[in-house]
Design a protein around this ligand. Structure first.
Ligand SMILES: C[C@@]1(CC(=O)O)c2cc3[nH]c(cc4nc(cc5[nH]c(cc(n2)[C@H]1CCC(=O)O)[C@@](C)(CC(=O)O)[C@@H]5CCC(=O)O)C(CC(=O)O)=C4CCC(=O)O)c(CCC(=O)O)c3CC(=O)O
Ligand SMILES: NC(=O)C1=CN([C@@H]2O[C@H](COP(=O)(O)OP(=O)(O)OC[C@H]3O[C@@H](n4cnc5c(N)ncnc54)[C@H](O)[C@@H]3O)[C@@H](O)[C@H]2O)C=CC1
Length: 234
């Protein structure tokens, strides 16, 4: 398995099965994706997502009330023979098989692979055909994301490790923004590449900068400037 990040912005995601697993998978997709959940009944979390992810009953956008809801709920219970037609109807980039009916889940997987679209089968672990993907546990401190898989061996462990990493990467988003800014500045200042790399490497490893960032961006920046000066003056 090769972990990759995939941007579903502007794409459609179809989830078969509106239970707790379907709800969790639907929630995990990018806000910029169109998400359609097909199921005879829906978990409470899906019903509130369908009202707008931001809790705004107008939809998911800027409050003008004109935008489509972030999650669309379609009440239906297709059998194994019918799932292909539903996939054709919505033309998704990925289908998620999250019903409690193994035959339906298997049919979703087969129909998706047949059409060359990605599929996430939630009711099996282990070996997969190419195109059949696993959803990792993720931690996000924008723009930093960590994705974690146990190769399907132990999803509970993936969750437990995710909780540990959550604490570990606290502040990483701020550090990414600061160090990204610094590397651009050093590039435009014409600092030679070896010195620039050394400066950036030291900044991201500096306890002082991490601590400074906890107090605010300008504190972090001051600490970083000290580290950079040391490298430039060597
Ligand atoms: C293969 C995979 C396919 C896929 O779904 O993509 C898959 C399959 C299965 N999960 C099952 C059970 C559980 N899954 C969780 C939780 C998560 N499962 C997720 C991913 C994956 N689950 C993929 C592998 C990921 C990897 O490689 O590690 C996470 C990481 C991401 C997400 O779902 O968002 C999310 C944690 C998110 C977070 O919190 O960060 C819990 C924990 C809990 O509920 O507390 C339990 C109960 C405890 C247990 O059984 O371990 C079962 C048995 C069902 C049954 O017994 O009927 C199967 C099917 C089977 O094993 O056959
Ligand atoms: N990957 C994961 O992380 C996990 C996977 N699972 C697996 O996921 C499956 C679903 O788990 P839960 O959401 O807890 O079950 P659930 O029973 O709460 O939800 C299943 C949903 O599928 C719907 N459904 C049934 N037939 C359907 C059809 N023909 N078309 C569309 N929707 C249909 C049901 O109405 C229900 O809303 C289980 O079979 C289990 O094996 C369970 C736990 C975690």
């Amino acid at each position: 398995m090769t972990p990759l990040y995939h941007d579903f912005a502007g794409e459609t995601v179809v989830v078969f099965g509106g239970g707790s697993v379907g709800a969790r998978k639907a929630r995990g997709f990018d806000e910029a994706a169109r998400i359609v959940v097909i199921s005879p009944e829906f978990d409470e979390r899906l019903r509130s997502l369908a009202d707008g992810r931001d809790g705004n009953s107008d939809g998911n956008g800027d409050g003008d009330g004109n935008e489509a809801p972030a999650v669309e709920l379609v009440r239906a219970a297709p059998d194994a023979d019918a799932v292909g037609d539903w996939i054709d109807r919505f033309d998704p980039a990925i289908a998620v098989a999250a019903t409690d009916d193994a035959a339906v889940n298997a049919a979703v997987e087969a129909a998706a692979l047949d059409r060359g679209i990605l599929v996430n089968r939630t009711d099996v672990s282990g070996g997969r055909d190419p195109g059949s993907v696993v959803v990792p546990a993720t931690v996000e401190d924008d723009p930093v994301t960590v994705a974690l898989s146990t190769g399907g061996t132990s999803p509970a462990l993936a969750k437990a490790l995710r909780e540990r990493i959550e604490a570990e990467i606290e502040g990483a988003g701020e550090m990414a923004a600061l160090s990204g800014e610094i590397r651009e500045e050093l590039k435009s200042a014409g600092i030679d590449p070896e010195t620039r790399r050394e400066a950036v490497r030291r900044v991201v490893r500096s306890r002082g900068v991490w601590k400074g960032l906890q107090k605010g961006r300008s504190n972090g920046r001051q600490e970083a400037d000290t580290v950079i000066e040391e490298v430039l003056n060597r």
